[in-house]
Design a binder for this molecule. Structure first.
Ligand SMILES: C[S@@+](CC[C@H](N)C(=O)[O-])C[C@H]1O[C@@H](n2cnc3c(N)ncnc32)[C@H](O)[C@@H]1O
Length: 255
């Protein structure tokens, strides 16, 4: 049984270097969140597991809504706060399983690429239900198991096993929302656009372990994966550029 945990104190140091989205992908995801979350200027929104604010700050700029960003890592929040425009968000260090907020405080809660990190998912979903107002929406951006299987890092030994275990299947997630009391639950499987990066840049991202799954591998497993990945790219004759699709799944519920 693997007991390694993602170290966000370490990841915070280079998270933005490797995880910032290309503008077309960011814009696509934000529009989807605004649309599904019914976010308007008058909304009060909670970004749960906001990290360094990659979505939080642009969402605040795009909507002029009141946005709270909560994360359990004080280092991630510190990075978010220090950013240009960081002051337009209310930052909060806290745990998704036990919010420091009153009941019925928010019109919308969002989670971008976080649900797989939460230890007690039921508790966090119940907490989100509690802090949402009546008719409030909850938007989860995640990856379906099909999307995970298509990920380029799945060549690394054990990543498939780790991620398929960490990420809840979409029907299960829908069921969890329903069990917490959410209604009108639904999901949208989307392509947020293609991305083109140089092979050098992509390898650099991999070496920096840009996806948290890679940080959970033993060094030997990681090096083995790197060798397999490089060989595959040579066989595919991928050349100097790598083009891949950014795929996500949005799961939504209403209170
Ligand atoms: C992969 S990062 C995603 C950050 C951000 N949402 C994004 O998409 O860039 C996952 C974040 O979830 C946070 N996190 C994990 N478990 C949490 C919990 N129980 N409560 C609050 N934040 C949590 C981590 O500290 C980390 O910043």
């Amino acid at each position: 049984m693997r007991s390694k945990k993602v170290d966000y104190t370490l990841l915070s140091k280079y998270y933005d270097d490797v995880r910032v989205q290309p503008p077309n992908v960011l814009e696509f995801c934000l529009s989807k969140i605004v649309d599904l979350g019914k976010i308007s200027t008058s909304s009060v929104v909670l970004d749960v597991g906001c990290g360094t604010g990659i979505y939080t700050i642009p969402l605040a700029k795009k909507t002029n809504a009141v946005i709270f960003g909560l994360d359990s890592s004080k280092e991630m929040i510190k990075k978010a706060k220090m950013k240009e425009d960081g002051q337009i968000v209310e930052w909060q260090i806290g745990d998704a399983e036990n919010f420091p907020f009153d009941n019925a405080h928010f019109d919308c809660a969002i989670m971008t690429l976080v649900i797989h990190q939460i230890v007690n998912k039921k508790k966090a979903i119940d907490e989100i239900y509690r802090v949402l107002k009546k008719n409030g929406t909850f938007v989860i951006m995640t990856k379906s198991h099909g999307q995970l299987r298509r990920s380029l890092i799945m060549d690394f030994p054990k990543t498939r096993q780790i991620d398929l275990k960490r990420f809840p299947k979409v029907p299960k997630l829908k069921y969890m929302l329903l069990s917490a009391g959410f209604e009108n639950t639904r999901y949208h499987v989307v392509s947020a656009g293609t991305t083109k990066v140089s092979m050098k840049e992509y390898l650099e991202k991999i070496r920096k372990k840009f996806i948290s799954t890679l940080t959970l591998l033993d060094e030997e497993e990681f090096q083995e994966g790197l060798r397999i990945f490089e060989k595959k790219m040579r066989i595919l004759n991928a050349g100097n550029e790598i083009i891949y699709e950014k795929e996500y799944t949005f799961v939504v519920g209403e209170k």
